[in-house]
Design a protein around this ligand. Structure first.
Ligand SMILES: Cc1ncc(COP(=O)(O)O)c(C=O)c1O
Length: 407
């Protein structure tokens, strides 16, 4: 590491709460799908800050919009109107079919808001004991008390118990268990249409069908957590629609601000009518900076980005499937569009990520054995091909095999 790198590490070690195990690299700038470290070394970024830098790095339109907005007005609080919230909410409604937005600042906050609004709905109807939540094994919804309570992993949960009560977990592969768990006592079911942190696992169609049926039969609210898989990531606006699900509430974040912290809880009118002045709020939520960034992202999404992701996804899928075929280290490849998980054994996963870094490729490991790719939604064909070649080499290195180019 460089001198700057050493200094950064030393000062962080002394003063930053040690909750992240960082890789040994200090990133200082970027452009498109590439980022550069303090030594001037370039990396292909196939993770985009865990699915956040949706338009790539240093996007000219976003940079200009943020600069313009900073020169005008950044924040007013939600005590006053400003010109941008209504318009951004209207565009989200058009995209999702859910009429109303609550503006917040992260995926976790969006989940938290959805859980509160689901509770509020049953309370408003006088069913104050209808508080049960059903969630799925392998889920990740965030780390605040509400969102953590519906997150399944013991490592996330155990040190912070007791959590919010009345949450039941079912396996995403057990439709019968789901049918039994969702009753007239269930306030809501929360689902990631593709589990992200859980290893890039789409909800099986049979489970999705049972979920839709049970929610309809019992009146249970459906919350789709599209924080990671939504907003064009899979080559569709939202993956819940692909599964035949029509959520009452939706949590959004990550790609929405293209790097500016933006979250949103979307609600259909049925639930929105139950929420009253003062029920929930956020000082920063929906400020002008956040709305301006979201507008730039929505411009791109509505301007052909979803179709572009679908095409790029076909190329990436083909390349990953070829890699899986050629590498004994790879078990399964799962995903859609520009969201992929490559299942390898646990010890290889860490080595793949480390050797990829050495070869100038940013990826990460999730759910123990899964190497995950979440590139910028704007990635071009040449960058996909280059990333696939670096990944092939990293897999070969990690598996201890030769890294000569394929014939
Ligand atoms: C599906 C899902 N929900 C919620 C969250 C929490 O989002 P944030 O880290 O922005 O609070 C994440 C983060 O990875 C996520 O993947």
């Amino acid at each position: 590491m460089s001198r700057l790198g050493d200094e950064v590490r030393a000062v962080e070690a002394a003063h930053v709460l040690q909750v992240y195990r960082r890789l040994p690299v200090v990133l200082v700038r970027g452009k498109g799908c590439r980022v550069v470290d303090d030594d001037g070394r370039e990396y292909l970024d196939l993770l985009s800050g865990i699915g956040v830098a949706s338009l790539g790095h240093a996007h000219a339109g976003l940079a200009q919009a943020i600069a313009d907005q900073a020169g005008e007005l950044l924040h007013t609080s939600n005590l006053y109107f400003h010109p941008l919230q209504g318009e951004v909410a209207r565009r989200r409604a058009r995209l999702s079919g859910l009429a109303r937005t609550f503006f917040c600042n992260s995926g976790t906050e969006a989940v938290e808001a959805c859980l509160k609004f689901a509770r509020r709905y049953w309370h408003a109807r006088g069913e104050t004991d209808r508080t049960g939540i059903v969630a799925f094994d392998g889920s990740f919804h965030g780390r605040t008390f509400g969102s953590l309570s519906v997150t399944s992993g013991a490592a996330y949960r155990t040190p912070f118990q007791p959590l919010v009560p009345d949450v039941r977990f079912v396996s995403p592969r057990d439709a019968a268990a789901l049918e039994a768990a969702v009753t007239e006592r269930t306030a809501a079911v929360i689902v990631e249409p593709i589990q992200g942190e859980g290893g890039v696992r789409p909800i099986p169609p049979a489970t999705a069908a049972a979920l839709a049926d049970r929610c309809a039969a019992t009146g249970t609210l459906l919350i789709a957590d599209e924080v990671q898989c939504g907003l064009g990531r899979t080559g569709r606006a939202f993956y819940s629609a692909t599964l035949g699900l029509a959520p009452d509430l939706m949590a959004l974040g990550k790609a929405l601000g293209a790097g500016v912290p933006v979250g949103a809880a979307l609600l259909g009118e049925r639930v929105a009518e139950a929420v009253a002045f003062g029920d929930h709020g956020s000082t920063y939520g929906g400020n002008l900076l956040a709305c301006r960034a979201a507008s730039v992202f929505l411009d791109a999404l509505e301007g052909g980005l979803i179709e572009r992701v679908a095409a790029a996804g076909v190329r990436l899928r083909a390349g990953l499937e070829a890699l899986a075929e050629a590498s004994a280290a790879v078990g399964e490849v799962r995903g859609d569009g520009l969201m992929w998980g490559i299942d390898v054994t646990a010890d290889v996963a860490d080595r793949v990520v480390a050797t990829a870094l050495e070869r100038g490729l940013l990826i990460n490991r999730t759910a123990g054995t899964v190497v995950r790719l979440l590139p910028p939604l704007t990635i071009g064909d040449a960058d996909i091909d280059e990333a696939l070649e670096r990944l092939r080499q990293a897999l070969a290195d990690a598996a201890g095999a030769t890294s000569e180019p394929a014939p």
